[in-house]
Write a protein that binds this ligand. Structure first.
Ligand SMILES: Cc1cc2nc3c(=O)[nH]c(=O)nc-3n(C[C@H](O)[C@H](O)[C@H](O)COP(=O)(O)O)c2cc1C
Length: 378
């Protein structure tokens, strides 16, 4: 048997969750991705020792890929004082330690580039997540957004961005991507979800501008997300995948519906986005608010629909916690990757456990060599 035949027959004996997934020049060794999760302990945007430990854990765990949390492209684009940033060159060094951990084990690592928009300047979740104007006014900063509409009652009214600020913010994404490349990231995700700046340009709830950057028709509200994607695509290497996280539905009357997200996904695909990561909610409160109570796999139908209707690879997320469930999502072609958050906190060795449960022919092989060696001998 030729080596390429041997490799392909070995691959087809793998459970679908463990089949590699290529995107541009990056290959995810399996379909399990650590979703971005803010850790709220950065120091003026710099990653803390905690971040190294948090990602160190996952880098040893046989995952197929991982994403570093929402990382602000400008200082005022942080959600809280504890959020990661990539608005200074000094942020690069620590981030490159994180990418080094994953690279040591052949795992692609991405970064989620973000701007919090009208949801910025908030207290930490553990301190109540109130606007800093209430929690600690002396440490609050000015919010910017497409329109001067507060996120919800009690939140400060953001200042509507000037066209010059819109262009400067797009440039901030590009500068941030340059730093991300220097830090060794393999792919970039645009945070277009959860009511933050990019999402707030797309949603009619938060974007009621009367210029070409908003309001009606929908093409105007697509403009900012698409321009960010185009700018990043032309700034990063052609070999590098570009992902986009959507809030696939706002979950409130008059907000984004899945049909709108399909239109957005098509436009993003033309702009050079390679995969859409389908989350939801957050336009008027914490992500997920005003949606049905989350049930296992509750967001998978969005990943499935975007994949089918926009013909673009997708990542499913949201209460994916079981090996069988994750494997079936991939096997049925409902998504190309599955992102996992809270289950990963609970069970960082999920991939290894899933390999055993799904009768992977060699479950130990998903782990790094030195763990593999000992676990085989148990
Ligand atoms: C602690 C925590 C922090 C999060 N931070 C981010 C973030 O930085 N960016 C983002 O897009 N989503 C963030 N999320 C949402 C997750 O990426 C994910 O979509 C959500 O937790 C649902 O997946 P799960 O059920 O597997 O946890 C966060 C979730 C948690 C629990």
């Amino acid at each position: 048997m030729s080596s390429s035949h041997r490799e392909s027959s070995q691959r087809s004996s793998l459970p679908p969750l463990f089949r590699p997934f290529p995107l541009r020049d990056v290959t995810f060794p399996n379909r399990i991705v650590v979703t971005p999760m803010c850790q709220y302990c950065a120091d003026d945007g710099h990653a803390a020792d905690w971040h190294l430990a948090h990602h160190g854990r996952f880098s040893l765990a046989g995952v197929g890929g991982a994403l570093v949390e929402a990382t602000a492209v400008t200082r005022e684009g942080r959600i809280t004082h504890g959020c990661l940033g990539i608005y200074r060159d000094s942020h690069v060094e620590r981030l490159s330690q994180i990418t080094g951990f994953y690279h040591a084990h052949g795992i692609p690592i991405g970064i989620q580039l973000a701007h919090a928009g009208r949801k910025a300047s908030a207290a930490l979740p553990f301190e109540g997540a109130a606007p800093l104007t209430q929690h600690d006014p002396s440490s609050a900063w000015e919010l910017i957004a497409p329109s001067a509409i507060p996120m919800t009652e009690g939140w400060p009214t953001p200042r509507a961005m000037t066209v010059g600020e819109i262009h400067r913010t797009i440039n901030a994404f590009v500068t941030a991507a340059g730093r991300a490349i220097r830090a060794g990231f393999d792919f970039i995700e645009i945070h277009g979800a959860h009511g933050y700046l990019v999402n707030s340009f797309f949603s009619p709830i938060s974007n009621q501008r009367d210029d070409e950057w908003g309001g009606s028709p929908m093409e105007n509200r697509l403009r900012f997300p698409v321009r960010v994607a185009e700018a990043l695509r032309s700034a990063i290497p052609a070999s590098m995948p570009l992902l986009y996280r959507t809030s696939s539905v706002d979950g409130i009357e008059g907000g984004i519906e899945i049909e709108d997200t399909v239109i957005l996904a098509r436009a993003l695909k033309s702009a050079g986005v390679d995969l859409v990561d389908c989350s939801s909610g957050g336009i008027i409160g914490p992500s997920g608010r005003a949606l049905a109570k989350p049930a296992p796999g509750y967001l998978v139908p969005y990943a499935e629909e975007v994949r089918r209707a926009a013909e673009i690879p997708t990542m499913a997320v949201g209460l994916i916690t079981e090996a069988k469930q994750a494997n079936e999502i991939i096997a049925a072609g409902r998504a190309d990757l599955v992102a996992m958050g809270r289950q990963m906190m609970d069970e960082s060795n999920f991939a290894y456990h899933a390999a055993k449960k799904l009768s992977h022919p060699d479950p130990c092989s998903v782990l790094p060599d030195s763990y593999e060696f000992w676990l085989r001998r148990r």
